[in-house]
Design a protein around this ligand. Structure first.
Ligand SMILES: [Zn+2]
Length: 163
């Protein structure tokens, strides 16, 4: 018997074939559930996200589209907004679920939004077939522009006039 045979409900790390650790598995399940709440009548590309804050809370999001396409907000950002509105400013992990295999990664705008609240979150990218790609925010967005860049600029030039 293959000891690595997939159990019902398992999500396997595509790199190792091993099940995700319980914390990330829970996050993956929450992202998959959130995907069902997506409002994506135009793209028909539903996305769910679940993020874990540094204080152990989980917030979910789904993409919300609009007939005025530019107003669409991605799942990752709706989850971040929910966390911020609940007072959470430190994110430690996010799971993102699409219907693509290999799984899709967050867009650039979402990577930058995540970098505002995390130095190097774990990122779980889910495919619809029970596998996941594990990565880090620093891999998806190296050399991120962060709040400390603005703080450093303000300290060097408090009047903001370049002198
Ligand atoms: Zn995005």
């Amino acid at each position: 018997m293959d000891l690595r045979a997939k159990q019902s409900g398992d999500v396997l790390d595509e790199a190792t074939g091993q099940p995700l650790p319980p914390l990330l598995l829970d996050l993956a399940e929450r992202a998959r559930q959130a995907q069902a709440l997506a409002y994506a009548p135009y793209s028909r590309f539903p996305v769910g996200a679940a993020l874990l804050t540094s204080d152990g809370r989980v917030f979910v999001g789904a993409n919300v589209e609009n007939a005025s396409y530019g107003l669409t907000v991605c799942a990752e950002r709706t989850a971040v907004f929910a966390a911020v509105l609940a007072g959470a400013h430190r994110l430690s992990a996010i799971a993102i679920c699409t219907n693509l295999n290999p799984p899709a990664a967050p867009c650039g705008m979402c990577r930058q939004t995540l970098a505002e609240f995390s130095e190097d979150a774990d990122v779980v990218l889910l495919s619809p077939h029970g596998t996941a790609r594990l990565t880090k925010l620093s891999t998806l967005l190296p050399l991120a522009f962060r709040p400390n860049a603005l703080i450093a600029a303000a300290e060097k030039d408090p009047d903001g006039n370049g002198k």
